[in-house]
Design a protein around this ligand. Structure first.
Ligand SMILES: [Zn+2]
Length: 402
């Protein structure tokens, strides 16, 4: 996603009507790339053109086969503008500790094909990437298309990334020597964008889930780790160094608990991630062996498991309350494996949140459940790849027209 589209592509010589029209056309395409399918009214507001000008522009782009119009009925009847699927295909790849998901869609984020396979801890990063390529090839063949039709690839990994870019490496040691972006670019022949799973999930919730239409929210995933993605002022926010959202590594008990995988001690994740809660439950004598068994026992009222879920959800909530005081989001979305026990976890998390957030704020953020959850990571990676297409590439695709 770039800030430059509207300004740079719309920077046309005064008085040159044809250049002006071309500039406006590109601003419309760039807004559809950055914010996904949207109504003509939203589009007009984003590119700062009148409704009449947008209608004319959309009609021109329809003629050129660069956008599509679909009717939506949601209390009232209106039309949604999307980038045309003919502009190119996009792959989304989500790799985590348990599985690889691959989806194939188009620049309008319509999904044509999806494939998944489970992984095992013994697989090396290269073996995982090779499997992802095999799944991607199956998706492309399944859609009756060819690899050259793919114009962008989004790759999501379950580790901090040193910035949303094409040439940075994940921060976790097993991936240090792998260069996944270069590796995938060489095999798939398309531009590859790397981001972490928390941001891919955030993008998916923003486009299709509980963050729809929201300009400022946090999307928090509580699973093997605890990650968050920020959308601030209508932008995915990675921070200046690219490592934003690592809420699981907020130190909640300095020097306490087990040493964290990040190297510190006392991180939220070492108490409130699913592996940490399961370990605490087992140490307290609970007969549960998986995250799911542990969460189901808590929902069923097992005293030990329920106490741990309640206490740790409260702790997550209090960290989020502090974050909300800093950033003032309108929504906080909670997803991940913890959602399985949301009936007990969410009320406790909300109490922890209320205890920590500034109580005199006139309006408090809504703490709500994710709609799409972890299944959405590959889809989110696909949307990130679309939103990251450089202006030049979008321009070239629209001129190529297919
Ligand atoms: Zn940590």
């Amino acid at each position: 996603m770039t800030d430059t589209a509207a300004s740079r592509l719309g920077d046309t010589p005064a008085g040159d009507l044809s250049a002006l029209r071309k500039g406006n056309r590109m601003r419309v395409l760039a807004a559809l790339r950055d914010y996904g399918p949207q109504s003509q009214k939203d589009l007009a507001a984003r590119v700062k053109l009148s409704q009449a000008s947008i209608s004319n522009m959309v009609a021109e782009l329809l003629e050129l086969d660069q956008v599509t119009l679909t009717e939506r009925v949601d209390r009232r009847r209106y039309k949604i503008v999307s980038l045309s699927g003919r502009l190119g295909l996009v792959l989304g790849i989500g790799v985590d500790h348990q599985k690889i998901d691959v989806v194939l869609g188009n620049l309008a984020c319509e999904i044509y094909q999806s494939r998944s396979m489970s992984t095992s801890p013994e697989l090396t990063p290269i073996e995982m990437l090779k499997s992802a390529v095999t799944l991607a090839e199956e998706c492309i063949a399944g859609a009756g298309r060819k690899p050259a039709d793919v114009v962008a690839v989004g790759l999501s990994l379950p580790s901090p990334i040193a910035g949303p870019a094409t040439a940075v490496e994940p921060a976790f040691p097993q991936w240090w020597s792998v260069h996944p972006v270069q590796w995938l670019t060489a095999r798939l022949g398309a531009r590859v964008v790397l981001d972490n799973a928390a941001y891919a999930a955030t993008m998916a919730e923003w486009r299709w889930g509980a963050g729809r239409g929201c300009s400022d929210f946090l999307n928090v995933t509580v699973a093997d780790g605890i990650g968050a993605g920020f959308v601030l002022a209508n932008r995915i926010y990675h921070g200046g160094l690219g490592g934003g959202g690592e809420i699981g590594h907020v130190v909640v008990e300095p020097g306490g608990g087990q040493r964290c995988r990040c190297g510190n001690s006392g991180c939220l994740e070492t108490f409130a991630s699913l592996p940490a809660m399961l370990r605490t439950a087992q140490e307290a004598g609970a007969r549960v062996t998986t995250h799911e068994e542990f969460l189901d026992a808590a929902v069923a009222g097992d005293a030990v498991c329920l106490d741990i879920v309640t206490r740790e959800s409260h702790r997550i909530g209090s960290v989020l309350g502090s974050v909300a005081s800093l950033l003032s989001p309108t929504r906080i979305i909670i997803g991940g494996t913890l959602a399985r026990a949301s009936s007990v976890a969410l009320p406790a998390l909300r109490r922890g949140f209320a205890d920590a957030v500034i109580p005199t704020m006139p309006v408090q953020p809504a703490v709500i459940e994710a709609e799409l959850n972890e299944a959405s990571i590959a889809v989110g990676a696909m949307a990130i790849a679309t939103a990251s297409l450089p202006d030049e590439d979008l321009l070239q695709l629209s001129q190529r027209g297919g």
